[in-house]
Design a protein. Structure first.
Lengths: 208, 208
DNA sequence: TCGCTGACTAAGCGCTTGCTCAGCATGGTG
DNA sequence: CACCATGCTGAGCAAGCGCTTAGTCAGCGA
């Protein structure tokens, strides 16, 4: 199985087309290295070699190793937030929209698991200013999910005692997929998305 | 709030009483450093300083930095497996036992979140032989949860279409707690455990 | 043909890393 | 007392790190 091109996972990646091809290759190499070994265990030589260049070339396109991480993390979070907003704002009642949200959120974390790992598990390595941006995006994602649960409760479609706890559980399930999912997993991302959608609706007390 | 002593979280920590106090202090310092910064971003000087010693003292008690991680990871996984087995083997029907399992699994991952982070998110840094041991323990944990779900289905208490997917979801929810839970979280570990127990039972189609 | 630019490399700098080792203080044993 | 094992430190080594620098070279407008 060839891996999904990063562009498909990051529709919001700024300047994805105008950016020099070499810069894009470095970004892709960084995603794969950070996901596999973690930020601190990845060397600039790893990234440059994987992109077919010398270490110095990295610094023509990016200010630092941390700047690469910051760009990956911000673009990844922005893409996730966009996905969540689109699913939550679509047609149907709260239950239908929640099913779609969980489905797509899960599919994304399974298919884009390399990006997902960097996005969710390398936050501590971000420079402070980049972290602030990313933290705000994460808060927005959680708020979006909470709002949808609240709408479902108001509409009488969900029965939830603690909205925040339920919202945590919903996002938690999806995020953790990027930790354990591998291309050797027996379920396809789409199957998993469908099943997780079902499980979450039950969890929220919806009749299914 | 003073943090829970490691001994409480690791009843199975081998030789916890016979081990020299200095070795124990190093272990505790390593847990905290690895949890906060990750294995690769933690230096042996960090650990030794936090334990009130010089870097060289570390090598009297442990063969290497990686050996410290291996010991933490193995002991942490063994403790988790013991917890899961005890909950699954206790009194009551499958639903009652599952509620107890999720409750305690969640409480552990919230209270022992520092150990939990090392255990769940630093696997890639383990030496190969230590990883093999730990991977076997993780498989046992998953099998234990799967078996309990199957028992519930057989007894007519659960309605689950894919046992493995459901088991993944159950363990996933608990594991991810160690990622996001902080001492500033609004819920106590016990509250969270109770609520997650409820959510999981609904997810498994139990009448609650 | 010319000078210029932008992408790139070879070499390596200053620093930090995991780890080692000779030696020191301490306290139990003959 | 001498003797030694134990637990530890100060100093430091070899390797590897992120990043910089000086310079090469293809492409291009004039």
């Amino acid at each position: 199985m060839t891996s999904t091109p990063i562009a498909d996972l990051w529709p919001t990646l700024p300047g994805a087309d105008t950016r020099p091809e070499a810069a894009y290759r470095l970004l892709q190499a960084a995603v794969e290295s950070f996901a596999e070994r973690g930020f601190h265990a990845t060397t600039t030589r790893d990234i440059a070699t994987a992109a077919g260049m010398s270490p110095a070339a990295l610094y023509i396109h990016y200010q630092s190793k941390a700047a690469l991480l910051a760009e990956i993390s911000q673009a990844g979070h922005a893409a996730t937030l966009a996905l969540v907003r689109a699913a939550a704002a679509g047609d149907g009642g709260p239950a239908e929209r929640m099913r779609r949200l969980v489905d797509q959120f899960t599919v994304w974390h399974a298919r884009a698991r390399t990006v997902g790992r960097v996005v969710n598990y390398e936050l501590h390595a971000l420079p402070e200013d980049a972290y602030a941006v990313v933290a705000a995006l994460r808060l927005d994602i959680e708020r979006e999910v909470s709002a949808l649960i609240e709408a479902g409760v108001t509409a009488g479609e969900f029965q939830v005692s603690e909205v925040r706890t339920a919202a945590r559980a919903v996002t938690s399930l999806g995020i953790d997929v990027s930790r354990w999912y591998t291309e050797r997993s027996s379920e396809s991302p789409e199957e998993l998305g469908r099943r997780y959608g079902e499980l979450v609706l039950r969890m929220l007390g919806a009749r299914v």
